[in-house]
Ligand binder design. Structure first.
Ligand SMILES: CSC[C@H]1O[C@H](OP(=O)(O)O)[C@H](O)[C@@H]1O
Ligand code: ADE
Length: 292
């Protein structure tokens, strides 16, 4: 029976998870360098969990400075089958109230200063990002969060900005006109890289503020983000435990969205034109497809 191994990436205010049996820490290195921190591993029932704080312990890394490729490669090498990312976000619509959770299902990527692919000259790949989130993992995560008492929104578009500065009023208004629901700085290129590594990925975004567009509200600041996260990070941690408990004892089948084998439709470079050095590097994330 294939068991679930959940990778959990914790964002601002979520630097650990609860309930792990056989907890251990692993310092790892990948062909793309070191991940944000040591991996924390453990079990809940028969589900293995691998936790990584995105900004490192003590929140040392900026959104631009997060080693996104190393993080996803480290989770893949650790045997993770599915990745749940937990993020703080700003609200771009009235109904996404601070304290609410959003199971994001679409992204608009406005990041400009990050390495966003594992591939490159000598091995080109074009994965589909039409549906960037695994529908099964997202629904399971939303069910778990709702079961522990979170106010859940299922579906929503996340605008990923470069940061680290928050948006201007004109930008915030523009993103609202684009129909975006929430805003953050880290889900991209994380979601793209997870797809390239054939890892089903979902984001639980925790609303912490109304960014700066809402006239009756103070503009977002780190102080108000951390205040709301302080009130809600326990709920996020409970949701992770609930998700693992739900999956424990169940067989993990491939994602219904075909994500586990998506590279079969994405590799384009002719075998004779492939760069052996890059191929060697790619084994950890794309070994299945490259061997096939
Ligand atoms: C602390 S406010 C801005 C910071 O919070 C969000 O972090 P994460 O997505 O890692 O939870 C946002 O993206 C910024 O990095
Ligand atoms: N308003 C906001 N903009 C960008 N990232 C955020 N993270 C939390 N709130 C945010």
């Amino acid at each position: 029976m294939t068991q679930w191994t959940l990778g959990i990436i914790g964002g601002s205010g979520l630097y650990e998870i609860d309930g792990l049996q056989d907890r251990r820490e692993e310092t790892v290195e990948t062909p793309w360098g070191a991940p944000s921190d040591t991996l924390v591993r453990g079990r809940i029932g028969d589900v293995e969990l691998v936790f990584l704080p995105r900004h490192g312990k003590g929140h040392r890394l900026t959104p631009t400075g997060v080693p996104y490729r190393a993080n996803i490669a480290a989770l893949k090498a650790a045997g993770v089958t599915d990745v749940l990312s937990i993020s703080a976000c700003g609200s771009l619509k009235e109904q996404y109230v601070p304290g609410h959770f959003v199971a994001v299902d679409q992204f608009i990527d406005r990041t400009v200063a990050r390495e966003s692919t594992f591939f490159g000259p000598g091995m080109v790949a074009h994965v589909s990002m039409a549906r960037p989130v695994c529908s099964r993992l997202s629904a399971l995560a939303a069910d778990a969060a709702a079961a522990v008492g979170a106010e859940m929104h299922r579906g929503g578009t996340y605008l990923a900005m470069e940061g680290p500065q928050f948006s201007s009023l004109a930008e915030s208004r523009l993103y609202r006109q684009w129909g975006c629901d929430v805003i953050g700085m880290t889900a991209m290129p994380e979601a793209k890289l997870a797809r390239e590594a054939e890892l089903p990925y979902a984001t639980l975004a925790m609303v912490t503020d109304y960014d700066c567009w809402r006239e009756e509200e103070e503009a977002v600041s780190v102080t108000n983000v951390l205040e709301i996260m302080g009130q809600n990070s326990a709920l996020a941690r409970q949701a992770v435990v609930k998700l693992a408990e739900t999956l424990s004892g169940t067989e993990r089948t491939p994602s219904p969205d075909g994500i586990d084998t998506c590279l079969d439709y994405a590799l384009i470079t002719a075998p004779s034109a492939r760069d052996p050095e890059l191929l060697a590097k790619l084994q950890v994330i794309a070994g299945r497809a490259l061997q096939g």
